[in-house]
Design a protein around this ligand. Sequence first.
Ligand code: ADP
Ligand code: K
Ligand code: ZN
Length: 431
Amino acid sequence: MYFHEAETLERGKLEELQVQRLKKTIEQAANSPYYSEVFKKNSIDPSVIKTADDITKLPFTTKDDLRSQYPYGLLTQPLDNFVRLHASSGTTGTPTAILYTQKDLDTWADLMARSMYSVGLRKSDIFQNMSGYGLFTGGLGIHYGAERLGCLTVPAGAGNTKRQIKLIRDFNVTGLHIIPSFALYFAAKVREEGFDPAEMPWKVALIGAEPHTEHTRRKIEELMHIKAYNSYGLSEMNGPGVAFECLEQNGMHVWEDSYIAEIINPETGEHVADGEVGELVMTTLTREGMPIIRYRTRDLTRFIPGECKCGRTSRRIDRIMGRADDMLILKGVNIYPMQIEKIIMGIPEVGQNYLIELIKEGLMDQIRVKVEIKEEYFIEDMRALQGIQKKIAGMLRDEILITPRVELVQHNSIPKSEGKAVRVVDLRDEE
Ligand code: ADP
Ligand code: K
Ligand code: ZN
């Protein structure tokens, strides 16, 4: 039923383990140029940690701190001991590099295998990794996890949908890793190639790497005839395998024997009340080469109160609602792209893709939302189309409090990126 005993550890025991590992992490981190200085300045040593709550005595680490230490400032060991490097995809700004010792890679593969096991994958599964390889952790990170679990693993990489479909059919692939925005596109491609998704061998998809709504998940499940599970991770915390859904599909269990998760008010840095939304802050507990303490992820989520039916004792986080740095401010109103996706993907006439454009109307900033409409609705009936357009604009206004421009476009007309989707483009200097 479970991959590792830590998954069901009684809370008291789990916290003891966290305290012990946090102390060790501080000891190890003190060997890096960066943390040795930070700790000296703030008089920190392992003895300041007596309970798990004492983590609040440690300073945060930000993306800018990592950048300022690029490339080696956080290493606790001689460079000789490192065997792998990954870099964040640089969704925002300059990339940061994470280096791993062999032991770190083993720990990560175990966590990833555990995550896959928790959604029902076993060594008898044939697993195709459809995300890009290279510096992006979704490639090799998921790959080594699948091998650790014992799956026959197909490193298909991103793109080339025809070959993907052929491999899936020829080898009876039962498990996939696929980025959600690509999954919607892929489902349509499978049909275009003349195959019925219901007759494909697949059963389980891991979807993650980018924010998506519950509606999008359900849409992927329906279009692909698959069970889709949310997978959360970031390169600063190894990569995928940090928090993962279980069969309940109700929040992602944080693997708390390997990470301490906190949720803070991004303005004050204080913990929010249980169940409230805030910024996720993460600490590695089992990484020897490059430990990172209280990392400000910028990802917005909340702890889901209560226990999970699956029996795992680790706390769950809700799906990521967006990144603190994704926020758009328009006419004084704060808007997150996920609010827009939440509405759009719930509308039956809407197809697979959308794009948010920031434009200028006269001197004012405005949002234009391009929405792909399903083929059967994209008919020459102007009145019907105007009706759909009005409905979408009205529903968006109720959610984001301003009325955006809505442009209906044909199925598959918005360009699709191979990696993480680009949801917002700024055209304010161009129109
Ligand atoms: P970056 O995108 O900053 O270059 P990474 O490639 O490490 O760096 O991506 C990590 C980020 O991807 C996370 O901080 C989060 O914003 C996003 N992400 C990863 N998994 C998910 C998920 N399941 N849901 C929403 N967002 C996710
Ligand atoms: K196998
Ligand atoms: Zn569970």
